[in-house]
Structures are given as C-alpha cells and as structure tokens.
Design a protein around this ligand. Structure first.
Ligand code: ADP
Length: 235
C-alpha cells in the first residue's frame, strides 16, 4: 500500500472489475485553435487489457494520451482512471512520449534520465534513495541498457533512446501505461524489448495502450483496438 497526498492505493487486483480507463464525451482544443484536436471520444478499457490506438498521422492519438495523462486541459467530457479523477491518481498513469518530443540535448546521463520516472513518487525536491537507483538500474537492465547508465543521453542511437524512454516509464511503476509509437523507426532489438515489456505488463495485470502504425502486423498482441481519424472515433 502506498500513500499519496491523503490517498492510498494498492496495485489493482486483476480480478477487480473497475475500469482502468473510462472516457466520456472527451473534447480537447489546443490553445488558440478554433477546431478541436479530438472530439466526443468515448473509451472504456478494462483493467489488465492491452489495446492498440490506431489512426493515421494527425488522427489525435498523441492528443488523447496527453489528455489522459493530464498534460492538456479538457474542453468538455470526463476522464476516470481506476474510477478516480486524474488529479487523485496521476501517479498511476505513465505516458511514454514519442522520441521526437524529448530534448535529447538536455545535459543528463542515462541513469539520471531514467530516475526522472521516480519523481512522481519522490516529489521534485527530494533526492533519489538507494531503492530508487536500484529500481532504475533494474529497469535499464530489463531493456538491455545497463551498460548505458553513464552515457550522456545526446550520445544514444534511436533504438537506445527508445529503450531508455521505456525504462523511464517502467520505473514509475504505474498501472496504466500509454506508449506513443514505441515501434517507430527502431531496430529489431528494440522491437523485441517492446514486445517483452508488453508481455510482462500484461502478465502483471497492468493496463497498456499503444499508439501504433503497425497494428496489421501485431494484431494478435492486443486485446483490441481503438480507432481514431480526424480527431473522431471510427472503426
Ligand atoms: P497523432 O498523434 O494521431 O499523429 P496528434 O494528436 O498529434 O495526432 O494531432 C491531432 C490534431 O491536433 C492534428 O490536427 C494536429 O495538427 C493537432 N495538433 C497537435 N499538436 C498540436 C499543437 N501543439 N498545437 C495545435 N494543434 C496541434
């Protein structure tokens, strides 16, 4: 049991029927824009499910993930995470952005970059404890990146960047993972790592949504798909 801001939780029981994610009538505008980036989206995701989020570029996949993780304000609609408003349990959601959204010239070594994933638990002004470092090293090892720990993030290849990003997401130990195009332009080793991580998340009862361009090739990996086009759901 972990305590946060007067709220406590345990990781969800896979038999628990609470929805991991429930979205009703969600509409999101970017500041200054006259038309919505996504409109009237409805999503229900059972705890422990793994779903693909499918749609062409500009369909609204990243916008949906950013809204779920609290990075964009909602114009209207509602998002519930394990039955709670996002503000009450933001530490249970982790968003893995696209590699292109990260400033890879930020002056930080890989281990410290991965440790950023622990700050949601530690608070921004606390120093990482031995346990946090151990967790970060274990997650780096899991993605085949233990030897990268002292490397500056600007020196990583595309596949290494993706694996380090995955380690940073895993170290948060969240229950709902939102992975934005983790397979975009990566090498086969990184593809294997992503596949392994998804399998492990599923086996552990975590809920995973993956924005992907490769759904045709990976359909068997997911329990289903959510389709977006021009900011609206379609099938
Ligand atoms: P996808 O992830 O499916 O490629 P996005 O969520 O990035 O789609 O984009 C959905 C819509 O929102 C597109 O019309 C895109 O142009 C617009 N959009 C994305 N980011 C911004 C932004 N920062 N400001 C204004 N409009 C944006």
């Amino acid at each position: 049991m972990i305590s946060y801001c007067r709220h406590t939780h345990t990781h969800p029981d896979p038999k628990d029927k609470t929805l991991a994610l429930e979205i009703k009538d969600l509409t999101v505008f970017y500041p200054g824009e006259e038309s919505p980036a996504i409109s009237q989206v409805q999503v229900s995701v059972a705890a422990g499910a793994s779903l693909a989020l499918v749609g062409p570029n500009g369909a609204g996949k990243s916008t949906l993930f950013k809204a779920i993780s609290g990075l964009l304000p909602l114009r209207s609609g509602q998002i519930k995470i394990f039955g709670h408003r996002l503000q009450e349990c933001h530490q249970r959601v982790v968003y893995l952005p696209q590699r292109s959204d990260i400033d890879w010239h930020f002056p930080v070594q890989v281990l410290d970059f991965v440790l950023f994933g622990r700050y949601v638990h530690m608070g921004w002004f606390a120093r990482p404890q031995a346990r946090d470092v151990q967790m970060a090293m274990a997650r780096l090892d899991e993605v085949g990146g233990a030897d990268l720990q002292s490397k500056h993030i600007s020196k990583l290849s595309g596949g290494q960047q993706q694996r380090v990003l995955i380690a940073r997401a895993l170290v948060q130990d969240a229950d709902l993972l939102l992975l934005d195009e983790p397979l975009n332009a990566v090498d086969s080793r990184t593809r294997d790592v992503v596949a392994r991580v998804l399998d492990r998340m599923k086996a552990n009862g975590r809920t995973v949504l993956v924005a992907t361009h490769y759904y045709d090739q990976e359909e068997g990996r997911y329990d289903g798909a959510i389709y977006l086009r021009d900011g609206e759901q379609c099938c």
